[in-house]
Design a protein around this ligand. Structure first.
Ligand SMILES: [Zn+2]
Length: 86
């Protein structure tokens, strides 16, 4: 699976998780899959409202570990304004 395919698959899964959380207990955080596109297997704990805000802003779910510049080698794009070092 390519990073892009994995990322969009995890996006869909997270949307389902969000729907379930919001209908069950919107005040409790849930574990979303990291959408960085690599097979990192990380989970990101977010409140449903925080996930909705992220989506509205066009953002993706990424664990703090996957925000580090040394992990941003797959795509040539600035990672949250941090210059890539490698
Ligand atoms: Zn990740």
């Amino acid at each position: 699976m390519s990073p892009g395919q994995r990322s969009s698959l995890f996006c869909e899964v997270n949307d389902r998780i969000y729907e379930l959380l919001e209908s069950a207990d919107p005040d409790l955080p849930g574990e979303f899959l990291c959408e960085c596109g690599r097979d990192c297997g990380r989970r990101v704990e977010l409140l449903p409202a925080a996930f909705a805000t992220l989506r509205e802003a066009g953002g993706i779910v990424r664990s703090p570990d996957c925000r580090r510049p040394r992990f941003s080698l797959l795509r040539r794009e600035p990672a949250d304004g941090v210059p890539a070092l490698g």
